[in-house]
Design a protein around this ligand. Structure first.
Ligand code: AMP
Ligand code: MG
Length: 339
């Protein structure tokens, strides 16, 4: 398949991509979290093509993107009170809410679940494309299944050239990790995936929020989960990654003692010059927002570096750091050393 490449800065690009989507095509588009691989959320065939292009397991549902809360009426059968309050505060933004789905959402989009995930992105290009297409867009991250989520146009072309109809460049993603996911499909709100909108911020609006144990812990073989995506070992680098929970001082000492061929450190900016092994940095140790912004790019760099063994310095598991920790512990296959 020929993949058309666009730049959002050029006149007519957004319209061209919106038309491709309206006509049942697939396009990778920028959002503030990561790039998404979009298709018409109401078109079962187009959504089935998303799964094919990514190599995504069919039981992992897609997030439906809107550009106006009025669009919700066709997507969900109920808009719960708590979800309304969160929407007022955090939409448009990096927050996905799961609600009971309407009949109009095909089973392939929700992977057969009675619920649907909805997000109203803040990125101007994403919003304009949805607006111009005039339909909600189902869009998972625009990476091949098993690769880190793409945060630049180049990541998308690397993974999806020849597999989708179009890719549009909207610059690099400012948030860098996928959206926070909260479910309103059950009795109580449950945090299924941490992101830039923090657990602390959700609790401020809702009072109590349950945290799915899949956020921090490894699932048992065959365990049933609320969020099917959690059971896959996403973001798996080629190298063997171990997450090191330690102070900067202890981390540096540990890594330098374990230096050797093919050993890399995935560390904070401030630590690189003190390490005797090759390093890839993912932001300042003082900024969890920066760590989120750079983590996926850093994981891709690790893959390209030929690293065999990676010691990753663990971020703090609170605030936005909880999102970074959640992605890294999966990249490490839950292999953790606490010093
Ligand atoms: P991605 O778009 O690649 O970031 O993945 C979307 C995530 O949302 C996956 O982890 C899915 O399991 C989750 N998700 C989407 N729809 C639902 C739903 N109806 N119920 C629970 N989780 C969902
Ligand atoms: Mg994904």
């Amino acid at each position: 398949m020929e993949t058309l490449l666009f730049d959002a800065k050029n006149e007519g690009s957004v319209e061209a991509v919106a038309n491709i989507l309206k006509n049942g095509g697939l396009a990778a588009i920028p959002t503030e979290t990561v790039y998404g691989l979009a298709a018409n959320a109401f078109d079962a065939e187009a959504c089935a093509n998303i799964f094919r292009a990514k190599g995504r397991p069919g039981d992992n549902p897609l997030i439906v993107h809107i550009c106006d809360t009025a669009m919700l009426s066709e997507i969900v059968s109920e808009f719960p009170e708590g979800a309304k309050r969160l929407a007022e505060k955090y939409w448009p933004g990096p927050l996905t809410m799961i609600m009971k789905k309407s009949e109009k959402i095909p089973d392939v989009t929700s992977a057969g679940l009675p619920s649907v995930a909805v997000r109203f992105p803040a990125h101007p290009v994403a919003r304009e494309i949805i607006e111009k297409a005039g339909i909600p867009l189902a869009a998972p991250s625009a990476n091949l299944s098993g690769s880190p989520s793409p945060t630049t146009f180049e990541h998308c072309t690397h993974d999806l050239m020849g597999r989708v109809d179009a890719i549009i460049d909207g610059g690099s993603c400012s948030v860098g990790v996928e959206s926070t996911i909260i479910s309103f499909a059950g009795e109580k709100p449950v945090l299924l995936r941490p992101g830039y909108i923090t657990l602390e911020q959700l609790c401020e609006v809702l009072g109590e929020v349950e945290v799915s144990h899949a956020v921090l812990e490894k699932l048992e073989e065959g365990e049933k989960v609320l969020s099917p995506g959690m059971k896959y070992k996403h973001y798996a680098p080629k190298a063997q990654v171990t997450l090191i929970k330690a102070s900067s001082e202890d981390y540096i000492k540990f890594v330098n003692e374990h230096a050797g061929k093919g050993v890399f450190a995935l560390c904070f900016d401030e630590e690189a010059k003190m390490l005797v092994v090759s390093t890839v940095t993912y932001g300042s140790k003082f900024s969890d927002a920066q760590q989120a912004e750079h983590i996926f790019e850093a994981l891709r760099k690790i893959d390209e570096s030929g690293a065999e063994k990676v010691f990753a310095h663990s971020p703090k598991a609170s605030g936005i750091g909880l999102a970074v920790y959640n992605r890294l512990i999966r990249a490490a296959g839950f292999d953790v050393i606490e010093i």
